[in-house]
Write a protein that binds this ligand. Structure first.
Ligand SMILES: NC(=O)c1ccc[n+]([C@@H]2O[C@H](COP(=O)([O-])OP(=O)(O)OC[C@H]3O[C@@H](n4cnc5c(N)ncnc54)[C@H](OP(=O)(O)O)[C@@H]3O)[C@@H](O)[C@H]2O)c1
Length: 286
């Protein structure tokens, strides 16, 4: 059985992967806010600790789910963003000789002309995207067996994250709070379980290089929020469409973004699910 170390394992994607594949692999969960019953403490910015954990577990593969995913916080505190998103991965590359899967983002692109293919030209417009792009380069320059899996707008209904748009919409509407949602940011939002399945297939195939994964519908955030509200029987009238420029967010956002999953579809023989299918599955689970 393959032994896999997951960093940032208690975030939304780590938990989905662990839940789906804990009996297929020997999975070692790690994180800062970890559960002592199921995992170990690991801050990926601490190379001494990282080395100890790697020597203890001796994994066949490491999946780096850990990241500072708060885009505005990265912009406000670039040192922190880079120390986690680039420094953490650099530590791993320095300390571990085996294959690594790094989860990256459509924010490596500028959002002028999405959805994007793997070979499209990168041009990040914020610190989060720049730090993730630098980490992609470090990984691919140093490890030919490793994989960069880019994805976009990940969501699940998870208590453990502030990174899920779905959580924010549901919790706000349940409290009857009005929410402003941008109608000019486009992406193909991706359910964490859909991506977890693709990661498992990529592991089985020993895939390396850069691969994109996003689910089946290219949609703007406002329309996505409306779909969420309808699925969970919440009031769509509380959702107000706005333009990105009026939100005055700290970090710039790519507008016309999203990722084309065609390469992964072909190599891994997998179909991206629709948003409706994913939302219905989540609703059944909670
Ligand atoms: N969310 C999205 O829309 C999205 C889109 C594209 C790509 N991605 C990428 O997908 C991956 C998974 O994201 P996600 O959505 O699951 O985000 P998430 O729920 O925020 O999970 C990230 C995890 O990393 C942990 N972490 C942060 N700093 C750490 C450190 N120094 N050492 C160890 N763990 C640390 C966080 O936990 P604590 O802070 O509690 O330690 C959190 O549990 C990330 O690489 C992200 O960049 C996400």
């Amino acid at each position: 059985m393959k032994s896999i170390l997951l960093t940032g394992a208690y975030g939304q994607l780590g938990l989905s992967f662990g839940k789906l594949f804990h009996s297929k692999y020997e999975i070692h969960f790690s994180g800062r806010n970890y559960n002592p019953k199921s995992g170990i403490y690991l801050d990926i910015t601490n190379p001494i600790l990282y080395d100890e954990v790697l020597n203890l577990i001796k994994p066949d593969l490491v999946i780096n789910f850990a990241a500072l995913t708060n885009v505005d916080l990265c912009e406000k505190n670039p040192e922190l963003g880079y120390s986690i998103n680039l420094g953490g991965l650099t530590n791993l590359v320095d300390l571990f000789d085996g294959p690594i899967i790094q989860i990256s983002t459509d924010y490596v692109f500028d959002g002028e002309d999405g959805p994007y293919e793997e070979n499209d030209i990168t041009n990040p417009i914020n610190i989060y995207g720049a730090s993730k792009l630098e980490s992609e380069k470090i990984l691919l320059e140093n490890s030919k067996d490793s994989l960069v899996m880019r994805t976009n707008v990940l969501y699940d209904y998870s208590q453990n994250t502030s990174a899920s748009f779905l959580n924010w919409v549901i919790e706000s509407l349940k409290k009857e709070n009005e929410i402003n949602v941008v109608e000019d940011q486009w992406s193909n939002p991706t359910w964490t379980s859909s991506l977890a399945v693709v990661i498992e297939k990529a592991i089985d195939k020993g895939l390396s290089g850069i691969v994109h994964w996003g689910d089946g519908d290219l949609i703007n955030r406002y329309e996505f929020a409306v779909k969420i509200a309808k699925t969970f029987n919440l009031k769509t009238s509380l959702i107000k469409p706005v333009l990105t420029e009026n939100l005055k967010q700290i970090a710039k956002r790519p507008l016309k973004s999203g990722l084309k999953p065609n390469l992964a579809q072909k190599i891994l023989n997998v179909e991206p699910p629709s948003i409706e299918e994913c939302l219905d599955s989540i609703k059944k689970q909670i």
